[in-house]
Design a protein around this ligand. Structure first.
Ligand code: HEC
Length: 136
């Protein structure tokens, strides 16, 4: 009898021990490392300035015909566009749709009679500014 109680007691402690273990599965966010700058994780869902915004300015010299090196400010060449846009205050990340880079060459705005964005391009510019106007 004593032995049975002893075994039962041991079994009870065993069960408490096993159920006492907690497993926590921590979901770690997927971080993609930028091969160019390993310290700077890049979110691939963001609009890329170099990949999507620069070509709007430079393809077919759409904007760079006037806003080229030594031309009309802002200079929108691949190497200078970002620093020019930022230093001339052409984006407002607190109120993206008021950004001059967006409003100025927009279809129907009437401010930029030379060249305007297509509807898709305007949407991309706005999205890029909304995402923080990153030099990505
Ligand atoms: C035919 C020449 C020409 C082309 C092409 C052109 N621009 Fe301009 N842009 C100008 C001139 C001139 C000014 C300055 C006069 C003014 O503010 O209206 C200007 C001004 C601007 C400004 C305002 C700068 C400021 O500080 O006020 C922005 C932004 C701009 N352009 C963006 C663009 C973009 C983006 C494109 C391409 C879609 C483009 N421009 C194409 C001639 C051009």
């Amino acid at each position: 009898m004593k032995k049975t109680i002893y075994i039962l007691g041991l079994a009870l402690i065993g069960v408490m021990f096993i159920t006492g273990c907690e497993y926590e599965f921590i979901a770690r966010p997927l971080v993609i490392i930028d091969p160019v700058d390993p310290d700077d994780p890049v979110d691939p869902s963001l609009i890329s300035f170099a990949g999507e915004i620069i070509p709007i300015f430079t393809t077919g010299n759409r904007c760079t015909s006037c806003h080229g090196t030594g031309g009309q400010a802002p200079v929108l060449t691949a190497t200078l566009a970002y620093s020019q846009i930022i230093s001339q205050g052409l984006v407002n990340t607190a109120d993206p749709s008021s950004s001059k880079l967006y409003t100025y060459p927009k279809i129907g705005a009437g401010t930029h009679v030379w060249k305007t964005y297509s509807t898709d391009q305007a949407a991309e510019i706005l999205q890029w500014i909304t995402e923080g106007a990153k030099n990505n």
